[in-house]
Design a protein around this ligand. Structure first.
Ligand SMILES: [Zn+2]
Length: 164
């Protein structure tokens, strides 16, 4: 008779009287009134969109009306970088894209005249990192693409193997 274990609680409530009767009422309040209230913020709380300020309907953890507002907000936040930071990032991306366009799919190294990079608008001032091999040749990278000087106006453009 396992359920007998539960019965004493109930019987106590009814035998002792007033005080425990209140406990029962509190329990009922908790179940039928307070607990449903705990869910209200999840569904009914009205908040304003962090980007456009319009009222959002829906879950409490929702911050934006839609993807458009979320993306716009994130872009705006990114644009808080100083012009210098944005400028350098743009050059790094440009350089990376130029190197990528030179290194064909599946190929890891391509020998090209340095002029070609100059013509494509490569900016030799900026790079992300360098690597010097055991022979003392220094590879200059923009993200996963880089180059090494071969002399006589030639470069070897390389793609770095997965390291990031
Ligand atoms: Zn919005």
């Amino acid at each position: 008779m396992g359920y007998v274990n539960f019965l004493p609680n109930f019987s106590k409530i009814f035998t002792i009287g007033d005080c425990n009767l209140k406990l029962v009422i509190l329990d009922l309040l908790l179940v039928f009134f307070l607990i449903p209230f705990a869910f209200i913020p999840m569904f009914l709380v009205k908040k304003n969109c962090h980007y456009c300020g319009k009222l959002i309907h829906g879950r409490a953890d929702k911050k934006f009306c839609d993807d458009y507002c979320r993306n716009s907000f994130n872009n705006q936040k990114r644009n808080c970088d100083s012009p210098m930071v944005r400028n350098v990032i743009n050059y790094l991306k440009l350089n990376r894209n130029i190197l990528e366009s030179i290194v064909a799919d599946g190929v890891e190294k391509v020998k090209v005249p340095k002029d070609k990079l100059v013509r494509l608008g490569y900016c030799f001032t900026y790079h992300t990192h360098t690597f010097t091999n055991w022979k003392g040749s220094t590879y200059i990278y923009c993200f996963e693409y880089g180059y090494v000087e071969l002399g006589d106006g030639w470069l070897l453009v390389v793609r770095e193997r997965e390291r990031f």
